[in-house]
Design a protein around this ligand. Structure first.
Ligand code: ADP
Length: 295
């Protein structure tokens, strides 16, 4: 199946242009939508999920025109929103059961199978009778995925799933996402580069409501081959370095600053060539560097 987003724009009542002429073609597999807070990710996710309308443009999922046939879309979509509120006094089992009814699984036996299988799949079986209010952040996110998977959706949207999870919970969540079948579209919206590099076969970078880069991570990184340089400098050297070079990123390391630079020609400042990473792509894009492969 294919999700086709064409020329979508959205301006909120307060004048914020959250999406500016966004177009994307997304096929089966895991698609990473990477961008900083405020980039427009949630707005795009909610528009795809038919929870809000765009001002212009169209979105089709397979044969379904999202704006025209919201009901048809709801039957094939699973959505884990950024803010997933749970009823704290209900058990995971009971809420999942209730949500399965809402999704139209009215046959008791079939629903029991669906609910129990999802609880196993998300590793919540042992805690299924615990009230959701007692769940950790990671358990709540896994519950969020369980409810998103009810009814075998063909399009799954996961908005900022690992923000606030500790590394172990995040790892578990990644494993769970990676087990979702290959014959569905999964869109992972995130500001965390590792979420995309660990999981996604396709990606886009969104900034200020605009898609700045799109492609397969491996191919996009290839475009940076031989052009990323790393070095360790004193904090006092940073101002001059930034003035004279395209700084991709810098972080403190052992009291000094570890810097990654973009340069098409060799540098004679002691910096050495290093393998490009998705993080380089992301920071270079955010910092507006004119790297190859940029749209
Ligand atoms: P992201 O998910 O990438 O953090 P959002 O789509 O939530 O980005 O927000 C994009 C921009 O639109 C931000 O500037 C945000 O403040 C603004 N925005 C989001 N929702 C609304 C809303 N309901 N009303 C007004 N502005 C909004």
């Amino acid at each position: 199946m294919k999700l086709s987003i064409q020329n979508i724009s959205k301006t909120y009542d307060n004048g914020v242009e959250a999406l500016k002429d966004v177009s994307l073609e997304i096929g089966n597999g895991m698609f990473g939508l990477l961008g900083p807070n405020g980039a427009g990710k949630s707005t795009l996710m909610r528009t795809i999920a038919a929870l809000q309308d765009a001002d212009n443009g169209s979105i089709t999922v397979g044969e379904i025109d999202v704006a025209q046939d919201k009901q048809a879309l709801r039957e094939i979509i699973g959505y884990l929103p950024q803010e997933f509120g749970v009823y704290p006094k209900i058990s995971a089992h009971d809420l999942l059961d209730h949500m399965a009814i809402m999704k139209g699984i009215t046959d008791t036996k079939q629903r029991k199978e669906v609910v129990e299988s999802l609880l196993h799949q998300t590793n919540l079986w042992e805690a299924k009778d615990q009230k959701l209010g007692t769940y950790s952040g990671g358990m709540k996110q896994r519950f969020g995925i369980a409810q998103a998977l009810i009814g075998d959706p063909k399009l799954i949207i996961v908005d900022e799933p690992t923000a606030g999870l500790d590394p172990m919970e995040r790892n578990r969540f990644h494993n769970l996402l990676s087990e979702i079948g290959e014959n569905v579209i999964v869109i992972l919206s995130t500001h965390i580069v590792d979420d995309v590099s660990d999981l996604c076969n396709d990606m886009a970078i969104i900034l200020n409501g605009e898609v700045r880069m799109v492609g397969e991570p491996i191919q996009l990184i290839k475009g940076l081959d031989g052009k990323v340089w790393k070095g360790l400098v004193e904090k006092s050297e940073m101002t001059v370095l930034e003035k004279e070079n395209d700084v991709i990123s810098s972080r403190l390391y052992l009291g000094k600053v570890q810097v990654r630079l973009f340069s098409e020609s060799p540098l004679d400042n002691g910096f050495e060539q290093t393998n490009p990473e998705i993080e380089d792509l992301y920071f270079a894009t955010i910092h507006g560097l004119n790297i190859n492969g940029m749209e």
